[in-house]
Design a protein around this ligand. Structure first.
Ligand SMILES: NC(=O)c1ccc[n+]([C@@H]2O[C@H](COP(=O)([O-])OP(=O)(O)OC[C@H]3O[C@@H](n4cnc5c(N)ncnc54)[C@H](O)[C@@H]3O)[C@@H](O)[C@H]2O)c1
Length: 344
């Protein structure tokens, strides 16, 4: 059995996927520029020796064709799991050039390197952002895909490119459309580590570490049960397991396909906030600000397709995700403090 190439393996979701792959007995090659991901994460992943899997790391950038081609020449790669991308919606509106170049051009280099080396299976991190504003809920895979920001557009373009590469070159893809990813490894070995952090749960948790800090809530006048936006929070370990199933699906001869990864359950911002306060055992003052442009009231996934085709079901609750995220955040805060101390 060859290795699995994980692009973006030093990042948040990629690192959890590497653990899931190791636990399933796969050998892994991580490819990451470390622009956002961290070398500490790579070292942690390489120290996990479950079932004797090999975990190699290559620092490189998908924008450079020779760097990614070289990986296929030096390693016997079976399949690819492709996480590497920029993924901040607001930044993509301000700097679309950066997003189209990294996400689309970077992926083209990856796909071309795969074809050159006769590797034909890829699992791709797509997103609920490819659907754009919901026309109905829950959103199933047949929902129109009309993304409303450059980030979502880059991901839809890649999905379309993958369809054309299948028709012309027989490249098989599974596109996993994630909803709101949350939580951390249950042993707190890896977790969400972004700077700046744009996601709700780590930001609420971060605000519990500094006294007197308030949490900004955007909009409490939506047409929802408590007036705040409802999202579908999918646990990162549940999500990682879906990638292992997607690899197996492709290796068993599965056709190109696409699946939502969500729980079908929605939680409001206020519910998330309250659960964070419960888990941490501390209250944080909220400041209500007006709605942000482009935030729909409700985004939840229909997930039956992933269940019926790949046998995937999410198991963890929102509270599980928040508890693991908090355990990880404590470690992260310690690391940050140590670094600051060392720099003084
Ligand atoms: N986090 C979410 O809620 C969410 C939701 C939907 C989709 N996604 C998608 O999932 C994937 C992973 O998200 P994440 O939150 O783990 O992001 P992340 O930023 O933590 O990880 C991405 C990794 O890719 C690396 N990278 C970026 N561009 C690269 C390049 N050109 N060459 C090599 N490495 C590169 C970064 O250094 C980083 O380590 C992304 O494609 C994202 O669009 C994430």
């Amino acid at each position: 059995m060859g290795k699995i190439l994980v692009t973006g393996g030093a990042g948040y979701i990629g690192s959890h996927c590497v653990i899931a792959l190791i636990n399933s007995g796969y050998d892994v090659v991580m490819f990451d520029s470390l622009e956002i991901g961290h070398i500490e994460t790579v070292k942690t992943l390489q120290s996990i020796q479950a079932k004797g899997s090999v975990v190699d790391f290559i620092q490189g950038n998908l924008q450079n064709l020779s760097e990614i081609s070289d990986v296929f020449k030096r390693h016997n790669i079976d399949s690819v799991v492709h996480f590497a991308a920029y993924s901040q919606v607001a930044e993509s509106v301000k700097e679309p050039q950066k997003y189209y170049y990294n996400n689309v051009y970077g992926t083209l280099n990856l796909l071309n390197a795969m074809l050159e080396n006769n590797v034909k299976n890829i699992v791709f991190s797509s997103t609920a952002a490819t659907y754009g504003n919901p026309v109905y809920a829950p959103i199933d895979e047949k929902h129109p895909q009309i993304p409303v920001n450059p980030y979502g557009k880059t991901k839809l373009m890649i999905e379309n490119i993958m369809d054309d590469y299948d028709k012309a070159y027989g490249l098989k893809s599974v596109r996993l459309r994630y909803f709101n990813v949350a939580g951390a490894d249950y042993q707190a070995r890896v977790g969400e580590w972004h700077n700046p952090e744009t996601h709700l749960i780590p930001n609420i948790l971060k605000s519990t570490f500094s006294d007197g800090k308030t949490f900004t809530l955007f909009g409490d006048d939506y047409d929802t049960k408590d007036g705040t936006c409802i999202r579908d929070y999918i646990n990162v370990e549940d999500l990682a397991n879906a990638h292992v199933l997607a690899i197996k699906y492709l290796n068993n001869g599965g056709e190109t396909n696409f699946f939502n990864l969500g729980t079908t359950e929605g939680n409001s911002v206020k519910e998330v906030f309250k659960t964070c306060e419960d888990v941490v055992g501390k209250s944080v003052p909220i400041e209500i600000h007006p709605r942000r442009a482009g935030d729909p009231a409700l985004l939840i996934a229909a997930n039956n397709k992933a269940k019926s085709v790949m046998g995937w079901s999410p198991e963890k609750t929102l509270r599980d995700s928040i508890t693991s995220a908090y355990n990880w955040e404590k470690i992260l805060q310690e690391r940050i403090q140590k670094k600051e101390m060392a720099e003084i």
